[in-house]
Ligand binder design. Structure first.
Ligand code: NAP
Length: 292
């Protein structure tokens, strides 16, 4: 069984690494701030002092950190994975980051003999806890086949999309749907409220019909209950939308609903909700509707 290293024990990384332990893998973990690794240590993981040490003690290193510069830092920076990269090492980046930078990091790792897969995920903190994530993979086919059992310990639908960067591009396509759905959920719930309907009953009835979505079923009830605790933080969604819009620019592509969503989320961030979950968008729609 391959020895696995895991870097980044946030909302997603913690349950994903727990699922790897449950599947029987030997795990070495690293988190920038102390404390997050303790729970994993008591479940049997070894705690490393740097990404370099994680790589030295692993056959496969998984990164699940915030943004493009963070992945660059833990892989290419001082004390980073690249310092222990070698023939046979596979690095799987499961964060959502720039496809272009992904290709550049992959090329730098290749020069050491190591290989890289980009494998961003969809399914939220719930999918991470339940091991039911959708995983969209780019990179060499042989490394993908070798690592498939590892990905299967964290996800249910796992698809190789093509060469390096193809996983990240697919995740950006996913985010276009995510925000389109979220705008629909907010408009629907505000409409229901103004029309004097019971919002929870609206969600219950529409969840069984053709207009249902993951956002409606999982985030709709939270929005109605004023539960804005993050599964997926507004500031992380905004990071993804910037990546979508800049890829759209490169492709000479109009993305009107994604652009509108980005603006509406800007308004939400300006109101101080950047650390809240994406369902907090309901507050912007309530304000537009004169509801608060
Ligand atoms: P999170 O809870 O904010 O956790 C981020 C993790 O990255 C933390 O462990 C943080 O360490 C670490 N980190 C950030 N910058 C770092 C750096 N420069 N060096 C070392 N460690 C660093 O975020 P999350 O929700 O788990 O999201 C992680 C990734 O998954 C993001 O790319 C996000 O877009 C993607 N994603 C999230 C969801 C979701 O529903 N949450 C769904 C799909 C995809 P500290 O503890 O020290 O801050």
């Amino acid at each position: 069984m391959k020895r696995i290293g895991f870097i980044g024990l946030g909302i997603m990384g913690r349950p994903m690494s727990q699922n790897l332990l449950k599947a029987g893998y030997t795990l070495t973990v690293y988190n920038r701030s102390k404390g997050a690794a303790e729970e994993l240590a008591s479940a049997g993981a070894k705690v490393a002092g740097s990404p370099r040490q994680v790589a030295a003690e692993s056959d496969v290193v998984i990164t699940m950190v915030t943004d493009t510069p963070d992945v660059e830092q833990v892989i290419l920076g001082a004390g980073g994975v690249i310092e222990a990269a070698r023939e046979g090492l596979v690095v799987i980046d499961m964060s959502t980051i720039s496809p272009k930078v992904t290709r550049a990091i992959s090329a730098k790792l290749s020069a050491t003999g190591a290989q890289m897969l980009d494998a961003p995920v969809s399914g939220g903190d719930k999918g991470a806890r339940e091991g039911t994530l959708t995983i969209m993979v780019g990179g060499p086919e042989a490394a993908f086949s070798d690592c498939l059992p590892i990905l299967q310990a964290m996800g249910k639908k796992i698809v190789r999309m093509g060469e390096s960067g193809a996983g990240q591009l697919t995740k950006l396509a996913n985010q276009i749907l995510v925000v389109g759905n979220m705008i629909g959920v907010c408009e629907c719930l505000v409409f229901a409220k103004k029309a004097g309907l019971d919002q929870k009953l609206v969600i219950e009835s529409l969840s069984a019909g053709a207009a249902s979505s993951w956002s409606l079923v999982n985030l709709g009830p939270k929005a109605v209950d004023r539960d804005f605790a993050p599964g997926f933080k507004v500031k992380l969604l905004q990071k993804d939308l910037k990546l979508v819009l800049s890829s759209g620019d490169e492709l000479d592509l109009a993305l009107p609903s994604t652009s509108a969503a980005h603006q509406l989320y800007n308004a939400l961030q300006a109101a101080g909700s950047g650390e809240e979950g994406t369902q907090a968008l309901i507050k912007v729609f309530e304000q537009l509707a004169g509801l608060r």
